[in-house]
Design a protein around this ligand. Sequence first.
Ligand code: MG
Length: 303
Amino acid sequence: MTYHIDDPRFLDLTIGSAQLDRLASGCRWAEGPVWFADSQCLLFSDIPNQRILRWSQDATGGPGTITTFRQPSHFANGQTRDRQGRLVTCQHGTRSVTRTEIDGSLTTLADSFQGKRLNAPNDVIVDSHGAIWFSDPTYGILSDYEGFQAEPEQPVRGVYRLSPTGQLDRVAQDFLQPNGLCLSPDERTLYVADSGASHQPDAPRHILAFDAGQGKLTNQRVFAHIDAGIPDGIRTDARGNLWSSAADGVHCFAPDGTRLGKILVPEAVANLTFGGPRRNRLFITATTSLYAVYLAVPGAQTP
Ligand code: MG
């Protein structure tokens, strides 16, 4: 296990003897991890291969088992669960956010805004009130690799909020490519990663923070910069530290934006989520593989 330590506080969040477990490989671009505590399994997307895979934990603590959960997956990307436990999925192929009902059928939650199709919803979270927040960059329509190539219809690449009553609002739009998003444990701060430097190398590689209240986002500011690759999926832990994907691994930032350290991962990381029986295992989707590492802090209870 290799850490890069910037600040001694990182030692309180990590376990020095913990190993980076490689739980699966053979993906083309692994994304969208979501933990199911009730069935002790993790779903994650393999976007170009049009499949959602399921990693199931062994009762004996063994390496676990990989099975196919859904194929074709409509080029599924980011995923989460709603307050009723239902799977919520961003689908590039349908340019929509869907919900998987308990009978297995799919319900489209959002696929257009102001009469025009969304670009390609990328990542999604649900807050404690049941509102669904998702990002809508253009990655899923840039080529036929991770979706179907098309011209964007939306004038901007925004972040949207779908209220529990079904009202869809664009709540932020000052991005090159909005991507991963997460809430602070108290849900007063929403973080959004801008991965626009993927196609514009001189662009900022940063995570923005907003005050979130009454369904609106205000006080936009830069929270942190990534110095390796781009930020994609992000999550907070129970103490409010933010863990971000990056090209060289997972970067950890204190709530004030100070970088505390990195977990070095041998493949470029696209997304991550907390899981395991104690919610203290960080699951990392990284290019072809799914990795996991135990931490000394559990994930926030927010998705
Ligand atoms: Mg993403």
